[in-house]
Design a protein around this ligand. Structure first.
Ligand code: TXA
Ligand code: MG
Length: 345
C-alpha cells in the first residue's frame, strides 16, 4: 500500500485533506493524525474491524486498551455510564488538552477498544487538526501513539512514516507535536482518583479541581531501579543501548569527561545546554534545552531518541531530572526507554 502524507498548515485551503482523512476513518481504514502530545494512529472507535487493524499494524499486545478521542464534551455521554460532577468541572477546565480520563464504558464501545474490560479511556485533544478530523468523521476516533509497539512515540509525520510506511494509506502532517510526551491518564472509576500514566499534568495540576488524586503504586517507588526490571518494561526504546545520569552540573560533567576518555564506542550525548561545554567538537550532542525549561526537554525527547538511532550510535547517555511536575512524566519515559538503567553521578 502507498502511504500518502498530506500537510495541513492552513485549515481553509487544506479542508479537503481533513475530509479525506475523515472519509478513510469512516470506511474503517487507518489514518495517522497529529495531536499536541504525540501522533496518533486513528481508526473508527465504534468499529471492531477498524480497531483490530490498529493492533495488527502496531504489533500491539491485545491486552493493551485504546484511547477514544472526541471533539466536544457532548460526545462523552454516549460512551460512558456516568460523569461525576467534580470530573465534569475538571474537564471543563483541562479539555481540550493532554489529559485522558478512564470511565465505565457504555454498551456501544467495542470490547476490542477496552481490551475486554469494563472501562474506557477518553481524551479530547487540543490540536485543532485532530479535532477537525474527529468531528468530520462523526465517530470517536480510537488512537494509540502511531509507532511500532516498543519504539519511541512519533512527534512528527516523518517519524510516523519511518515506522508505518506501506502499512497505512494516509498520514496527516500537522507539524511537530507541541508537548512531545503522551497525555496524563487519570482513572476516575474509583476513589481516590488515580494517575495511571504521568504526563504534562501532574497530581498538583489535577488537584486544582479535584479533592484528592494519587499516583498508581507502580509509579511511586522511591527506589528508581525496581528489583526486577524485566523485559516487559522495555518501551519507548531506541535501538542503541541507553543510560540515564542524574546529578548536579559538576557531577554530570565529571562523569561525561571520564566516560568519553575511556570508550571508543559511538555515543550520542543528550545533555542540557548548561553542560554541553564538556563535549569535544566531534562528539554527538543532542540538546535537551535548558534545565529551566523542562517543557523543551519533553518537546524534543522522543525526537532526540529517534535521531540518535538515525545517526547509528551504539550508546545513548541522557541527562535525567528530578521527579517534579512534568519531570515525573519525562522520567517515567526515560526509565522505560533505558530499561531502568539509571545512575546518580
Ligand atoms: O497522548 C496520548 O494519550 C496519545 C495521543 C495519540 O492521544 N495516545 C497514546 O495512546 O499515548 P497509547 O495507546 O500509546 O497509550 C494509551 C495508554 C496505555 O498505557 C493504555 O494502557 C492506557 O492508556 N489505557 C487505555 N485504556 C485504558 C483503560 N480502559 N484502563 C486503563 N488504562 C488504559
Ligand atoms: Mg504508545
Amino acid at each position: 500500500m502507498e502511504t500518502e502524507i498530506l500537510k495541513v498548515d492552513n485549515l481553509k485551503s487544506n479542508y479537503k485533506y481533513i475530509e479525506k482523512a475523515a472519509d478513510l476513518i469512516r470506511k474503517d481504514e487507518l489514518v495517522a493524525i497529529p495531536t499536541e502530545t504525540v501522533y496518533g494512529l486513528g481508526a473508527n472507535g465504534l468499529s471492531s474491524e477498524a480497531c483490530k487493524k490498529i493492533f495488527e499494524v502496531k504489533g500491539r499486545p491485545q491486552d493493551n486498551p485504546l484511547i477514544l478521542h472526541i471533539s466536544e464534551i457532548g460526545e462523552l455521554d454516549n460512551l460512558i455510564l456516568e460523569l461525576p460532577e467534580d470530573v465534569k468541572i475538571l474537564l471543563e477546565n483541562l479539555w481540550p488538552g493532554p489529559l485522558t480520563v478512564i470511565f465505565n464504558k457504555s454498551k456501544i464501545v467495542p470490547l476490542v477498544v477496552t481490551a475486554g474490560g469494563k472501562t474506557v479511556a477518553i481524551r479530547m485533544p487540543s490540536h485543532i487538526v485532530a479535532r477537525k478530523i474527529i468531528k468530520a468523521s462523526k465517530v470517536p476516533v480510537a488512537a494509540p501513539s502511531a509507532n511500532i509497539s516498543g519504539r519511541p512515540s512519533p512527534t512528527t509525520a516523518n517519524d510516523v512514516y519511518e515506522d508505518l510506511k506501506g502499512k497505512i494509506p494516509l498520514i496527516i502532517d500537522g507539524g511537530q507535536s507541541s508537548i512531545g510526551i503522551e497525555s496524563t491518564v487519570l482513572d476516575v472509576t474509583e476513589k481516590p482518583y488515580t494517575i495511571l500514566r504521568p504526563g504534562f499534568y501532574d497530581k498538583d495540576d489535577l488537584e486544582e479541581y479535584l479533592a484528592e488524586v494519587v499516583y498508581d503504586n507502580s509509579l511511586l517507588s522511591k527506589d528508581i531501579i525496581p528489583k526486577s526490571p524485566g523485559q516487559k518494561y522495555k518501551h519507548y526504546a531506541p535501538k542503541a543501548s541507553m543510560e540515564v545520569i542524574i546529578g548536579d552540573n559538576k557531577g554530570v560533567k565529571d562523569y561525561i569527561n571520564n566516560y568519553s576518555k575511556n570508550t571508543n564506542r559511538k555515543i550520542a550525548y543528550l545533555l542540557f545546554e548548561e553542560n554541553s561545554s564538556v563535549l569535544k567538537e566531534h562528539d554527538i550532542f543532542l540538546s535537551l534545552g535548558s534545565k529551566d525549561r523542562l517543557n523543551e526537554m519533553a518537546h524534543n525527547l522522543f525526537r532526540n531518541l529517534r535521531l540518535a538511532d538515525k545517526l547509528k550510535v551504539e550508546h545513548i547517555i541522557c541527562e535525567g531530572i528530578e521527579e517534579k511536575g512534568i519531570g515525573i512524566g519525562i522520567m517515567n519515559r526515560l526509565k522505560k526507554s533505558s530499561s531502568y538503567n539509571i545512575r546518580r553521578v
